[in-house]
Design a protein around this ligand. Structure first.
Ligand SMILES: Nc1ncnc2c1ncn2[C@@H]1O[C@H](COP(=O)(O)OP(=O)(O)OP(=O)(O)O)[C@@H](O)[C@H]1O
Ligand SMILES: [Mg+2]
Length: 416
């Protein structure tokens, strides 16, 4: 019988439901002796896909435990084959199994060290841009609307890179961060379709085109939109990301897209770690791409490591800084305006330095409970802010427990 393996729709062949056929370990030891004698050949051997998942896991564990594993990873002569092999193995491993998490970590590490992605991430179909100018431009990218060969419409997000940027570093970080974006599987999160990096140096992310655009624009044209439902969708999406240990890092209404069914879908998660430190911000958005009003106060500080090294790197976003950004998104949802409207970024910095926060939205759907929750979420001390499951529990009584149960049956690549 065959069982589906996550959103990738790969099939694992099993003997009986819930049981994989697996030989005793002694046979396996012997097989390891007989199989090719180097780590890379062993990976290629497993990736041929003839082994059942449990057996592949055992062999893989042996490889990851081998002393030469990291050395091989760094000096591997055919890194693309290595990454493709690992990716193939990863896709065939049972979701949630510790070995699958280990394999994903190895993949991320390989992407970060080599600046490569699995071949399956290449979006190779020709895409025809629909306009002469981009549809929109953010602090670090242009977004184009484009048509594929079958008529499907896609968004092309092309990162701005200039000669001032360290392309090698961007590539490595890009490959490390974008890996997860194709694997996410939640109705409130937008997975990417693939990337185009052929025209080097070009960093282009391809995703489904969301006809309703971002949430900020959507709310402007839809006075009667159900704002509580939108908020719940955003919190569910963020809850999912946190459950798989992904920090969004740049949550704001322009990074929430609205799909054809009116559901919010989070986008651009993790990418802030590429844009924050590696890409020079657009001159027209001098303050880190115009994200200041959503950014938690602790993120304005230099990271401890950077301080030690005398570098100007900012602190890394955390789940708690996402909680802060969520509070600002709440303000956007219930006022239809950016937080701290009508102040300019420069004025917002002054307001933030005085500990100011936006005023209470005057919307009929906005309850006193929501106001109290919002104020907890933007507390200065990150430790005093609630975790996202707690926020969801408050917004959606009773639903959280069911949700958590679902979440833990999902694949969680990062937990140990
Ligand atoms: N898949 C998509 N479908 C439709 N519109 C999109 C899509 N992706 C992005 N956009 C539009 O492009 C705009 C600009 O996106 P972009 O991510 O470049 O900038 P941003 O979200 O404003 O800022 P940041 O660079 O911090 O993410 C978005 O606000 C949205 O309106
Ligand atoms: Mg964006």
């Amino acid at each position: 019988m065959q069982i589906p393996c996550g959103k990738l729709n790969l099939l694992i062949t099993v003997d009986q439901p819930g049981r994989f056929k697996c030989p005793p370990l002694s046979d396996l030891e012997q097989e390891m002796e007989e199989t090719p004698d180097t780590t890379e050949k062993r990976i290629a051997f497993i990736a041929q896909g003839n082994l059942d998942p449990e057996r592949a896991s055992q062999l893989l564990n042996k490889i990851f435990n081998a002393k030469d594993y990291l050395i091989v990873l760094r000096a591997y002569p055919a890194p693309q084959q290595y990454i493709d092999g690992l990716y193939k193995i990863f896709c065939n491993l049972p979701h949630g199994a510790p070995i699958s998490q280990r394999c994903f970590r190895a993949l991320r590490k390989a992407g970060g060290e080599t600046g490569l992605l699995p071949t399956g991430y290449d979006f190779s179909f020709p895409l025809e841009k629909q306009d002469t100018l981009p549809r929109a431009s953010g602090g670090f990218s242009d977004v184009w609307k484009a048509k594929g060969p079958t008529g499907a419409i896609f968004a092309l997000k092309i990162l701005h890179v200039t000669q001032r940027d360290n392309i090698r570093d961007i590539k490595k970080r890009f490959c490390k961060e974008v890996l997860i974006a194709k694997l996410v599987d939640n109705e409130n999160v937008l997975a990417i379709e693939g990337v185009q990096m052929t025209d080097e140096p070009k960093f282009c992310i391809v995703s489904e085109w969301m006809e309703h655009g971002d949430m900020h624009t959507y709310l402007k044209g839809n006075e009667s939109a159900d704002r509580v439902e939108l908020l719940l969708g955003v919190v569910r999406g963020l809850n999912y990301l946190h459950s798989i240990e992904v920090v969004h890092g740049d949550l704001k209404s322009s990074n929430v897209l609205i799909d054809s069914g009116g559901n919010p879908r989070l986008t651009d998660f993790g990418l802030s770690s590429v844009t924050r430190n590696d890409i020079s911000a657009n001159a027209s958005t001098p303050n880190g791409g115009g994200t200041i009003r959503w950014r938690a106060p602790e993120l304005f500080e230099l990271s401890t490591k950077a301080k030690d090294e005398g570098k100007a790197k900012l602190a890394r976003p955390t789940k708690k800084s996402d909680t802060y950004s969520l509070a600002m998104v709440v303000i956007e949802i219930f006022t239809g305006r950016h937080p701290f409207h009508p102040h300019r970024d420069e004025q917002v910095i002054v307001l933030l330095s005085k500990g100011s926060r936006p005023g209470r939205p005057d919307h009929q759907q906005f309850t006193p409970q929501m106001w109290s929750l919002t104020r907890k979420c933007w507390k200065k001390d990150p430790k005093k802010r609630p975790d996202i499951p707690k926020v969801l529990e408050n917004l959606e009584p009773g639903a959280e427990r069911a949700n958590r149960k679902n979440l833990w049956t999902l694949w969680n690549p990062f937990s140990s």
